[in-house]
Ligand binder design. Structure first.
Ligand SMILES: Nc1ncnc2c1ncn2[C@@H]1O[C@H](COP(=O)(O)OP(=O)(O)OP(=O)(O)O)[C@@H](O)[C@H]1O
Length: 608
């Protein structure tokens, strides 16, 4: 998700300021320590000057030499102490800011709507959460402080050099003018390349993440070679950008190193002439060049420090691009509360279109009217791609309607606090996601406290309804680690755990997106039998791809071209609705023994 950022370094720092403010005193102490170390380093040449002009002069006192050595030793120790102090002052604040910003970033990601996550590559978010903030911390603890110290050291050093000899000082300063001009050019170019490289690194991370996630598909289709080729191209593009970046830094470093050296070379000639003409003493000449040597270090460090600052600016910009993204699913200013929620769910002329829908195309949902009575189980059927999952996602407000409204017990979903709504509504999707946690933690993920029931009872009941007793046979039972870093489960096992998770949440409204698609016929029947008892008190909207799922429902709604074109019992719709017959006949399931349910017998007839 490369973006062009035209703001200045100052704009970026202003955004960072509130995060730095609490730790500013310690950072300033760190800065003062670093500055003190530099000032001490600049004092050492002055000791040489005095030493050469007094003790080393013919007839000078020998004790002066020892005294000078002791002072130099003392100043050296002082410098080292200040460097150590700088580190002590900045380590904790810099890591504190990093941790707080990273936590804030994660919190913000959690709150952002699904629409945002649909648009952003996971690698881009990962690199912003990890490497960008890591880089920013290093810059804060070292780069920023050293840039200020370096600038001040050079300023103080050059002033001292001028005070010793304005002629030599001028020569040294003459070298600075091209550096400033070159520095501006470098800043523009390096800032752009640095942004490109950080974005490319994010894209590369997305590719790694996707191919690791989809490793089975790549292997099964024998596409590992192609995936590697595509990855290599991306990696080479990043390499080219990195080389470009390093070359431009190398040229800048060459200029900032070479020009002062040239100035010093010419200065030496002029200095010797000045001494020969008696316009300068030897001690001052030595002190001048010793000061120049101290100043040369910071001057040479300017290039890398500037590069680090520009890369940090990019990292800050990238961080705030995400942090500035507005959450489109918001709590109302004055949320309503549902005291005794019954679970009547009504869709009033609901319209919905995805943000990236092409202009001129009709809405995905084009005026859906549907009423689910409290405690009713409604199956939703329609041809593939007609928008069933889309409709379901509107209930827990993963997306908001773009027209019309959905009400729960007469209250618009947007008038409820999002958290409250999601405690009333629970979901299980066909594509199940389990986390790298124990079975217990996965199932109890959304479980609020159930009056009169312990977590253990809720867990046992949910696993029982979802027919997920297989977990008791896992190595550590319900405490077995599953998910990406744990035990691999079959598709059907994963679906049953996802279903158990939805049931354990004890919702008033249960939204199930074809939650049994991966189950074998016998298991599905058992799950359905248990579900029927649970669903009695829960309003359920269930996408059905199999006649047996339809059989669980009290009524069936047909979604056709963005609208609900019929609602009724399975038998009634079979008799009256041509599109329903067409959809049901195209459902994938083989007929099976559907117990004593008449509706299911009807379904069998249709399939047969
Ligand atoms: N996040 C999204 N952004 C943009 N378009 C989407 C998004 N999700 C789904 N769509 C599009 O919306 C349409 C309806 O998708 P949806 O998943 O709701 O259909 P469905 O009826 O549930 O299909 P199926 O029965 O195959 O599961 C599809 O054309 C799909 O490409």
């Amino acid at each position: 998700m490369a973006q062009t950022i035209n703001n200045t370094l100052f704009d970026s720092l202003r955004k960072l300021a509130p995060h730095i403010k609490p730790v500013l005193p310690r950072l300033i102490l760190g800065l003062c320590s670093a500055l003190a170390a530099s000032v001490v380093a600049l004092l050492i040449p002055q000791v040489y000057r005095v030493l050469i002009n007094t003790a080393l002069h013919p007839g000078g006192a020998k004790t002066g030499v020892w005294l000078a050595a002791a002072v130099v030793l003392f100043l050296g120790l002082l410098e080292v102490s200040f460097v150590w102090l700088r580190r002590q002052f900045v380590i904790v604040p810099a890591t504190t800011v990093e941790t707080k910003m990273r936590t804030g970033f994660y919190r913000h990601l959690q709150s952002l709507a699904v629409e945002f996550h649909d648009r952003w590559g996971s690698g881009q978010l990962l690199s912003r959460a990890m490497s960008d903030l890591n880089f920013m911390r290093r810059w804060m603890a070292f780069g920023a402080i050293m840039l200020v110290v370096t600038t001040l050291t050079v300023t103080i050093g050059v002033s001292l050099m001028f005070s010793m000899s304005w002629q030599l000082g001028l020569i040294f300063l003459a070298a600075a003018a091209p550096i400033v001009v070159f520095g501006f050019k470098f800043r523009r170019n390096y800032g752009r390349v640095s942004r490109l490289s950080q974005d490319q690194a994010g894209d590369l991370a997305t590719t790694v993440e996707e191919s690791v996630h989809g490793i089975r598909v790549l292997k099964a289709f024998g596409r590992s070679r192609e995936a590697l080729d595509a990855f290599s191209v991306q990696a080479q593009e990043l390499q080219a950008t990195e080389i470009h970046k390093a070359k431009s830094l190398a040229v800048f470093s060459l200029v900032v190193t070479l020009l002062p050296e040239l100035a010093l070379g010419s200065g030496l000639v002029v200095g010797i002439l000045l001494v020969a003409n008696g316009q300068m003493d030897v001690g001052t000449l030595v002190a001048f060049f010793a000061t120049a040597a101290v100043v040369a270090g910071p001057v040479e460090a300017m290039g890398p420090l500037m590069a680090m600052t520009l890369a940090a600016k990019t990292a800050i910009d990238r961080h705030f691009e995400v942090m500035d993204a507005q959450d489109t699913i918001k709590d109302p200013d004055d949320p309503k509360e549902l005291a005794n929620v019954r679970g009547e769910l009504v869709f009033h002329k609901v319209h919905f279109r995805y943000p990236d829908s092409l202009a001129g195309t009709p809405d995905m949902l084009d005026g859906v009217d549907l009423t689910l009575r409290a405690g009713e189980t409604m199956a939703l059927v329609g041809v593939t791609g007609c928008g069933k999952s889309t409709l379901l996602q509107l209930v827990p407000r993963l997306f908001d309607v773009t027209g019309g409204s959905i009400t729960l017990d007469g209250v618009d979903l947007r008038e409820l606090a999002v958290h409250d709504l999601r405690t009333h509504v629970s979901v299980a999707f066909e594509d199940t996601t389990l986390f790298s946690n124990s079975v217990r933690e996965n199932v109890l993920l959304g479980a609020a406290s159930h009056p009169g029931k312990s977590d253990e009872e809720v867990l046992t009941q949910a696993l029982d309804v979802a027919q997920a007793e297989f977990v008791y046979a896992l190595p550590n039972g319900v405490d077995t680690l599953i998910g990406e870093e744990g035990l691999s489960l079959s598709g059907g096992q994963r679906q049953r755990l996802a279903l158990a998770r939805a049931i354990a949440a004890g919702p008033t409204v249960l939204v199930l997106d074809d939650p049994l698609s991966a189950l074998d016929v016998n298991t599905e029947e058992r799950v359905e039998a248990r579900l029927r008892s649970v669903l009695q008190s829960t309003t359920t909207l269930i996408v059905a791809h199999r006649p047996s799922t339809v059989a669980m429902a009290d009524r069936v709604a047909v979604l056709q071209e963005g609208r609900i074109t019929a609602v009724g019992t399975h038998t009634h719709l079979l008799a009256t609705h041509e599109h329903y017959r067409y959809v049901l006949a195209s459902l994938s399931e083989e007929p099976k023994d559907l117990d004593s349910d008449d509706d299911l017998d009807d379904a069998q007839e249709v399939i047969a």
